[in-house]
Design a protein around this ligand. Structure first.
Ligand SMILES: Nc1ncnc2c1ncn2[C@@H]1O[C@H](COP(=O)(O)OP(=O)(O)OP(=O)(O)O)[C@@H](O)[C@H]1O
Length: 306
């Protein structure tokens, strides 16, 4: 039985179709990512999966339980960290986590042990008794994830959990998601951070305009949908775009002192560039070839659908 089974799901707001007849499954224990541009429909899909929005059509099973018909039992299988966070700002970090423990029916002993463990693990122990209203966005998000995992849920669903966080908070959150997944929790994540999805997710589903543009392992998406190769080069003196005129490339981009040249033959392009540089008495300071990337695959998939 799958952790999540979404079948022919549709959601409209007035005449606007936000989610358009989509179907996918997430296996138990999988780390699954939902990627897509702004307004693609990711949050709407998540809100339907966690039972906060009712679909116009289609079904959602959470470990075989219908989120509409068996809402309570289905909801007990999953914990969620919504885009906006869901902590009580007038309570302290510890009180928030303990309240979540009570909600899930844990014993007093379990709640005391687990909340201290989570406060420590997420770098909040020293601030455990401060009201959350005084916390930064990253700290609130850490409280939010602690509340979501206190009952060691079968399924953890996070909507853009790392958006706008500093490196430390991001790392703590990522480590917690990884650890949960290693211990058997199914993790479903929406993100704009393609590199993050690439590193964490076993499969990603790219959503565009309410439809599934592609769904596969990140490596497969990368090699299937991005054939581009490029060279990144810099010289000891600055050059203008005219410098690259004799070289056969199909796109040129400039980042600070570096130039990115998209080419079907990196080897030929590098040889040609070396010759031109030598003729002009220029030294190559850095040079690297770049293969296909998930980011390019994402861009081409979400552009094609426009
Ligand atoms: N309650 C609502 N009423 C009307 N339209 C809505 C509502 N909720 C979402 N939408 C619309 O549905 C579309 C999908 O929104 P959604 O929030 O699911 O996108 P998203 O992929 O999560 O975007 P983002 O990455 O920006 O968070 C958007 O065009 C949005 O304006």
């Amino acid at each position: 039985m799958s952790a999540i089974q979404v079948k022919n799901l549709t959601k409209t707001f007035g005449d606007f179709v936000a989610v358009d007849n989509i179907s996918f499954e997430v296996a138990n224990g999988e780390f699954f990512g939902l990627l897509g541009p702004n307004g693609a429909g990711k949050t709407t899909i998540i809100r339907m999966i966690v039972g906060l929005l009712t679909p116009n059509d289609g079904s959602i099973l959470i470990q075989g339980l219908d989120i509409i018909k068996d809402v309570i039992s289905a909801k007990m299988k999953l914990s969620t960290v919504p885009e906006t966070g869901n902590v009580y700002t007038d309570l302290s970090a510890r009180e928030n986590i303990q309240l979540a423990g009570k909600f899930y029916g844990l014993s007093k002993k379990e709640i005391a042990e687990k909340s201290d463990e989570l406060l420590n693990e997420l770098g909040l122990f020293d601030r455990r008794d401060d009201p959350v209203i005084n916390f930064s966005k990253g700290m609130r998000q850490r409280v939010s994830i602690a509340c979501a995992v206190i009952n060691e849920p079968d399924i953890l669903i996070l909507d853009e959990p790392t958006e706008g966080l500093d490196v430390q908070s991001r790392r703590l959150l990522i480590n917690k998601m990884k650890q949960m997944n290693e211990n058997g929790t199914t993790v479903i994540l929406t993100t704009h951070n393609i590199e993050e999805a690439n590193q964490l997710c076993e499969r990603v589903c790219i959503i565009n305009k309410g439809k599934i543009a592609a769904i596969d392992r990140p490596e497969t998406l990368t090699t299937t949908f991005d054939k581009t190769q490029s060279i990144e080069i810099s010289f000891n003196r600055s050059v203008t775009q005219d410098f690259f005129e004799p070289v056969s490339v199909y796109r040129i981009e400039n980042y600070g002192d570096k130039w990115r040249l998209y080419t079907s033959s990196p080897d030929r392009t590098i040889k040609h560039l070396s010759k031109i540089a030598e003729n002009q008495d220029l030294e190559i300071v850095s040079l690297r070839t770049l293969g296909p990337s998930l980011e390019e695959a994402f861009v081409s998939l979400t552009e094609v659908e426009k």
